[in-house]
Unconditional design. Structure first.
Length: 309
C-alpha cells in the first residue's frame, strides 16, 4: 500500500513538473480516442493510457494487439497508433508552420496512420527500416521484424532508407496512391498500389478518415492511472534500441539500477547490448588512478648518470 501511494505521488510530481515546464503553452498532443488496451511508460512507471491524457517528451506508448490510440496535436496533426504499436516521443516541439518545430518521433513496430494538414509542421517519423517526413499528407505505415511499408493515401512523403532521420530532400519520393516497402537487408521498392497482404492486415478503421476529436479534450485533461514500477523485461526492447534512443532513456533508470537488485542484475546480464551502462554499474573501473607514491616513483625513474671522470 505504501509503495503504491509513493508511486502515485511520484507520478503526480512528474506530471506537475511537466505542466510547469509547459506553463503558458498548450501541450503538444493529447489522447482523443482509445480502443482496447494501451499503456504509457513514463520514467520508471507503467501507466494506464486513457482519453484526455497528454503526451510528454520522453513518453513511450505501447498499444495492445487489438488496440488503437489516437493523438491529436495543437496544430492539427492526427496520429493514430494501431495494433502492436511501440512508439517513442523522444522530443515534442512546439508545432506549427510559423514555429517550424519538428518533433522527434519513433515507431519501433506496429501500425500507424497520420493525417498532417497543410498548416501543420512537417511530421518526421523514424523506424528501424526507414525514416519518413511528410507535410500535407495522409498515410499508413506498418513496421514488423526487419521490414516495413508505407502507403500514401494523399499528398506525398519523403523516405530515407535505414534507421535514419528523413528530411524534405531525402531521395525516395512516395506520392499519393503509391506504396513503398523495404526489408532491412535490401533496397526498398516503390509500387503504384499497396500490396494485397498490407491491405488485408491493415486495421479496418484505417480505411476511413481519422476522426477529429480534439475539441472534446481541449479544456480537459486526464491524469494517467499508475499501474506499477517497470521491470527490466518491460523496457528491454528500448534499452537495447539504437544508441540515440537507449541513451536518451537512461536517466530515470539510473537510481533504479542502484536500488533495484533484479533490475541491476538484468542490466549486467545484458551489458553487451547497452555498454553505456558499464560506468553506471561499475563506477570504480572509471575512477582516475591515484598518483604513484614518491618512493615508488623514484624507484621507477631511470638512474641519473654519474659525473664524467
Amino acid at each position: 500500500m505504501r509503495a503504491s501511494r509513493a508511486l502515485a505521488l511520484l507520478v503526480a510530481a512528474a506530471s506537475l513538473a511537466a505542466a510547469l515546464a509547459c506553463a503558458g503553452a498548450e501541450l503538444p498532443a493529447a489522447v482523443t480516442l482509445l480502443e482496447g488496451q494501451a499503456a504509457l511508460l513514463r520514467g520508471t512507471a507503467r501507466l494506464a493510457l486513457a482519453e484526455g491524457v497528454r503526451l510528454h517528451s520522453g513518453d513511450i506508448v505501447e498499444v495492445g494487439d487489438r488496440g488503437l490510440a489516437q493523438f491529436e496535436f495543437a496544430d492539427g496533426l492526427i496520429l493514430s497508433l494501431g495494433p502492436g504499436a511501440r512508439f517513442y516521443a523522444a522530443a515534442l516541439a512546439a508545432r506549427g508552420a510559423k514555429s517550424g518545430g519538428i518533433s522527434e518521433l519513433y515507431l519501433m513496430r506496429g501500425w500507424v496512420k497520420f493525417a498532417n494538414p497543410k498548416a501543420a509542421a512537417p511530421l518526421r517519423l523514424s523506424t528501424p527500416v526507414f525514416g519518413l517526413v511528410a507535410a500535407d499528407a495522409i498515410a499508413v505505415a506498418q513496421v514488423g521484424d526487419a521490414e516495413g511499408a508505407l502507403f500514401v493515401e494523399a499528398g506525398e512523403a519523403r523516405i530515407a532508407e535505414g534507421f535514419v532521420k528523413a528530411v524534405p530532400s531525402s531521395p525516395v519520393r512516395v506520392r499519393g496512391g503509391e506504396y513503398f516497402a523495404r526489408r532491412s537487408e535490401s533496397r526498398g521498392a516503390l509500387q503504384p498500389r499497396p500490396a494485397g497482404a498490407f491491405v488485408s492486415a491493415m486495421p479496418r478503421s484505417y480505411m476511413d478518415n481519422l476522426p477529429a476529436r480534439a475539441a472534446k479534450w481541449k479544456e480537459r485533461e486526464t491524469q494517467p492511472r499508475p499501474l506499477g514500477e517497470l521491470a527490466y523485461g518491460e523496457v528491454e526492447m528500448w534499452l537495447k534500441a539504437p544508441p540515440e534512443i537507449r541513451r536518451a532513456l537512461m536517466r530515470p533508470f539510473i537510481p533504479k539500477a542502484n536500488h533495484d537488485l533484479a533490475f541491476r542484475t538484468a542490466l549486467i546480464a545484458n551489458l553487451r547490448h547497452h555498454p553505456e551502462w558499464d560506468p553506471i554499474l561499475f563506477p570504480e573501473k572509471y575512477k582516475p588512478k591515484p598518483p604513484p607514491e614518491p618512493a615508488a616513483a623514484e624507484a621507477a625513474s631511470p638512474a641519473k648518470p654519474g659525473p664524467t671522470q
